[in-house]
Design a protein around this ligand. Structure first.
Ligand SMILES: C[S@@+](CC[C@H](N)C(=O)[O-])C[C@H]1O[C@@H](n2cnc3c(N)ncnc32)[C@H](O)[C@@H]1O
Length: 288
């Protein structure tokens, strides 16, 4: 830590100090700016290196079960990138949404992970009814335990595979559906999007966070996070989809393909938004 310039040492006392200006970027107290959260992916992804190499040689993918800390690190990552700006920047992307949440609407988050976002919304908007779905029983149990601890009565959790959501989704049930950083690593992304289209009421809105980038690699050469995002995609997003017999779109499927899939799912109005503080994501406000 000292030789890396992260921590300083006082030669007289041999005491170690984390300077305040370093702590501002490297600790959980830094809220939205903690770079150390992303550093955890090095260990998470390094843990499957041999499996990935084998996939390159033999085909197939690496399943979620091979990433023991994935859901914990992902929750920290999204807690930092989404939770910290949910009320200030993200909800206002949809005009009138805050008032509708306060009055009481039905909201569904598809592929929520351990996510604390909907628990946070449930606490903020007790008149609204919220539901979360994810494949991982472990992630769902974590989110449910947090809701129980917070005594939230207006949220439910379902551990389910949404690969066939196009046929299993309830019809015209939700006023708002969200997905956060998830469609690109689904086994059947188009089925999930068609299910979201089906489950959304005619006047409903689908708010989708997905990775900022182009579907054409030459457009991503100057992307400030390009190397990181292609690495995470190769070592996780793409391979977990392939492991489910899926498409393996990868995190860098890009805006052009995202729009194409949304249109193929039946959506007619697609707005792309970018947030000045968020280099990593596009925010799509999507309607029927
Ligand atoms: C990149 S994580 C995003 C999690 C969460 N939305 C967040 O932002 O923290 C993708 C999520 O999709 C879920 N998932 C992957 N395949 C799925 C499937 N076939 N059915 C339901 N959920 C699935 C994973 O369990 C994981 O929680």
């Amino acid at each position: 830590m000292v030789t890396a310039g992260v921590v300083e040492v006082d030669p007289a006392t041999n005491r170690f100090v984390l300077p305040a200006e370093h702590a501002a970027w490297l600790t959980r107290a830094a809220a939205a700016d903690n770079l150390a959260v992303f550093a955890q992916y090095i260990a998470v992804l390094g843990g499957v290196e041999d499996d990935i190499v084998e996939c390159f040689q033999k085909g197939g993918g690496v399943p979620y079960a091979k990433y023991p800390r994935f859901h914990a690190v992902m929750a920290e990552d999204s807690g930092q990138s989404v939770l910290s700006s949910l009320e200030s920047h993200i909800l206002p992307l949809v005009p009138g949404l805050v008032a509708r949440l306060a009055a009481g609407i039905r909201v569904l988050d598809v592929t929520c992970g351990r996510r604390r976002i909907l628990n946070h919304l449930a606490a903020l908007y007790p008149n609204s009814q919220l539901a979360e779905m994810d494949l991982s029983p472990e992630a769902i149990a974590f989110a449910r335990d947090e809701a129980t601890e917070k005594r939230l009565q207006n949220i439910e959790f379902v551990a389910v595979d949404v690969s066939d959501f196009d046929t299993t989704a309830p019809s015209a049930t939700f006023d708002c559906i969200t997905t956060f950083d998830a469609i690109h690593d689904q086994a059947k992304p188009l089925h999930v999007l068609k299910g979201i289209h089906r489950a959304l009421r005619d006047d409903g809105v689908y708010l989708m966070q997905d990775i900022k980038g182009s579907s054409h690699i030459h457009n991503n050469i100057a992307h400030p996070l390009g190397t990181l995002l292609y690495t995470v995609s190769c070592m996780h997003c793409l391979t977990v989809s392939l492991a489910q017999g899926g498409e393996g779109l990868g995190a860098m499927w890009g805006e052009e393909k995202t729009r194409e899939y949304l249109q193929r799912a039946g959506f007619r109005s697609i707005e792309t938004h970018q947030l000045a503080h968020d280099l990593q994501n596009n925010w799509y406000v999507v309607r029927k």
